[in-house]
Design a protein around this ligand. Structure first.
Ligand SMILES: NC(=O)c1ccc[n+]([C@@H]2O[C@H](COP(=O)([O-])OP(=O)(O)OC[C@H]3O[C@@H](n4cnc5c(N)ncnc54)[C@H](OP(=O)(O)O)[C@@H]3O)[C@@H](O)[C@H]2O)c1
Length: 316
């Protein structure tokens, strides 16, 4: 079944925080894994999940920074994981599987944005490799651990507006553009959730993609301050522009997608502002919505096969 991109009137909105959507939700006894759970939206999601009773694993490419950010928050544990390195993904996943624990929630929140051209692994473009292929392999390898009813949330972005998958030049062998590289990886995140849900549904595994909103976090570290102003992200005095969210609001849609019973029967949906997103009617990324190429089931299946081929993983 393909989910219609139609709002559910969840009762939450762009102003809701992760704590708001988890109010009254008891996650005691559940295990969550949040990539990037030590910075920006991921850190806010981790705190909210812990407050709701979940135990949260935070894999980090900089474990010391993660330990410092979490200040030993009870209910969290930090592990080493570099999503740019498929061997690291393999090692982390095997280590988790060996513990025999099951996983109820996986939030694939780590990401890089608008980096200078960088190649990782066998020459892969870094946004595609970290934001998509790293999470693809992580989720795939963790499959035996998913508990019945588990949910995977792919943190995508309205950045997907700028690019479909570049089927004939995935790795930007020509014409590198840092925004198009980010955009392609975010379209890939949305398509990943769509196809994962299709493959996982028979096993009780569901997946969702979310656009968290626009939030000033370390994600923008590769972009000169002057460009922040030019892009309209900040006012001249440096405060976030109207329409920007706090990290706690930015984390809300991901934790809502990970837990809301309202989404039962809507697997694969692309969400924003704690609801299913409507099809985009403009190119305004702040308004958001979803473009057709990010919810195309044929493209999602094609990307899945291509990702298996690139990572050497079998069909799910
Ligand atoms: N902020 C926004 O306005 C916005 C809008 C739309 C979508 N998003 C999406 O939201 C997600 C979270 O963004 P954020 O704003 O919270 O950014 P952030 O604060 O920079 O957090 C990103 C996290 O990803 C981690 N990471 C980066 N490369 C990694 C790698 N190779 N292996 C493991 N972890 C890695 C970072 O670790 P290090 O600190 O060690 O580098 C960091 O913990 C991203 O997927 C982003 O695309 C954000």
């Amino acid at each position: 079944m393909i989910t219609q991109q139609r709002k559910l009137d969840s009762g939450f909105d762009a102003h809701s925080t992760a704590d708001d959507v988890l109010a009254g939700v008891d996650l005691t006894g559940t295990t969550a894994l949040v990539t990037g759970g030590y910075s920006g939206l991921g850190l806010a999601a981790t705190h909210a999940l812990v407050r709701a009773g979940a135990h949260v694993l935070v894999p980090a490419r900089r474990p010391e920074a993660a330990e410092a950010a979490l200040h030993g928050t009870p209910g969290t544990e930090v592990h080493a994981l570099d999503l740019a390195d498929q061997d690291s993904v393999h090692g982390f996943s095997d280590g988790f599987l060996r513990t025999g624990r099951s996983l109820d929630i996986l939030i694939n929140g780590a990401g890089v944005m608008a980096c200078l051209q960088t190649r990782v692994g066998p020459g892969w473009e870094a946004h595609f490799a970290v934001n998509h292929l790293g999470h693809f392999a992580l989720t795939h390898r963790l499959r035996p651990a998913f508990a019945p009813g588990a949910r995977v949330v792919a943190v995508a972005s309205s950045g997907h507006f700028l690019s479909d998958i570049r089927w004939d030049d995935l790795h930007f062998r020509t014409g590198y553009d840092r925004w198009l590289a980010y955009a392609q990886s975010k379209t890939a995140n949305a398509l990943f959730a769509l196809h994962l849900d299709r493959l996982g549904a028979d096993h009780g595994l569901h997946a969702f993609a979310v656009h968290p909103g626009s939030i000033l976090t370390p994600l923008q570290r590769h972009i000169p301050r002057a460009e922040w102003l030019a892009q309209g992200w900040v006012t001249p005095d440096g405060t976030p522009a109207d329409g920007f969210k706090t990290p706690e609001q930015g984390a809300a849609t991901a934790v809502w997608a990970a837990t809301s019973p309202l989404l039962d029967g809507h697997g694969g949906a692309y969400c924003q502002d704690c609801d299913i997103a409507e099809p985009a009617t403009t190119d305004d990324m702040l308004t958001g919505g979803v473009k057709p190429w990010a919810v195309d089931p044929a493209a999602a299946a094609r990307l899945w096969d291509l990702s298996c081929e690139l990572t050497g993983l079998d069909a799910f």
